[in-house]
Design a protein. Structure first.
Length: 286
């Protein structure tokens, strides 16, 4: 074999080493029929590339698992605040009812506590199942958004903090129910959290856009500056001002993450001083 051909083979080996160093394992070296030292090096480099590729894939899977576990911890802690606050309020009311001998109120509080704790158990299991699932293997079912909205409002006792109205009838969609509960819960609580009015007003409606539904949640809050319309969906993005500038910015990031996993979109339409409308899509499943 000529010196030119050997130089060419050596250059290919050097190029391969550079690719492997850059974690590019898409190229394999061709060996000749000479079975010489250069072929031995090429064969060994091919084997090394395959082994490194397998290790990188496994590391990537591990990183994904760790990322999901971290996200689960934040999501679980965040989404459980509302029902836990409801339970705390019911316990306070129960103590008052017992001390004043109002037995009917005691029975009512106990019934509400049982209902709320059962729903919270379901929420925990739902979040856990969702966090463990691969995005391509998430269980879906026919979800009635009207029922989901009603359940979230009752579980979190949102009527004590906001006037929530539904315009028309919300659709049914093929989705993961615990994930849909997280979406609705976070959007409603986000509107309430940032409200600067004596009475937080929220309007939920759906529009038929042909191949998809557009669900919107509109509030009468302070509004969002245009430059923040995308950043508010980033994890840990904090509002620079307002009644809840201490928020950790988890809710909207969670909503976007869920919708991204299902191939859906979310955006906000808002002007400062004119409230905000959060819109998200739900494709009609055939």
């Amino acid at each position: 074999m000529s010196g030119y051909e050997n130089d060419k083979r050596l250059n290919e080996i050097l190029d391969m080493i550079g690719r492997v160093a850059a974690l590019d394992f898409s190229t394999m070296l061709q060996t000749s029929d000479k079975n010489d030292m250069i072929d031995a090096i090429a064969l060994g480099l091919n084997m090394l590339s395959e082994e490194l590729n397998a290790n990188v894939v496994e590391r990537s899977k591990l990183d994904d698992v760790n990322c999901k576990l971290e996200k689960f911890a934040y999501t679980a802690a965040h989404d459980l605040k509302s029902p836990l606050n409801s339970i705390n309020g019911l316990v306070t009311l129960l103590e008052h009812s017992i001390s004043t001998g109002q037995l009917k109120d005691v029975e009512h509080c106990i019934a509400l506590l049982k209902t709320t704790t059962e729903k919270m158990k379901s929420l925990v299991q739902g979040i856990l199942d969702y966090s463990k699932a691969d995005a391509t293997h998430i269980d879906t079912t026919e979800v009635d958004l009207n029922a989901v909205l009603k359940e979230v409002i009752e579980t979190d006792q949102l009527t004590t903090r906001a006037d929530i109205k539904i315009v028309g009838t919300l659709p049914c969609a093929t989705f993961n129910r615990p994930a849909m509960e997280q979406i609705i819960r976070n959007l409603l609580n986000n509107a309430i959290k940032y409200s600067d009015k004596e009475l937080c007003q929220i309007v939920v409606r759906a529009r038929d856009r042909g191949e998809q539904y557009q669900i919107s949640v509109t509030d009468n809050g302070p509004g969002i500056p245009t430059e923040n319309h995308e950043r508010i969906f980033d994890l840990f993005h904090k509002s620079g001002s307002g009644p809840r500038s201490d928020s950790q910015g988890i809710g909207l990031a969670t909503v976007k993450s869920i919708l991204d996993a299902f191939g859906e979109k979310i955006w906000v339409e808002s002007e400062v001083g004119k409230g905000a409308t959060f819109c998200f899509t739900l494709r009609k499943r055939k």
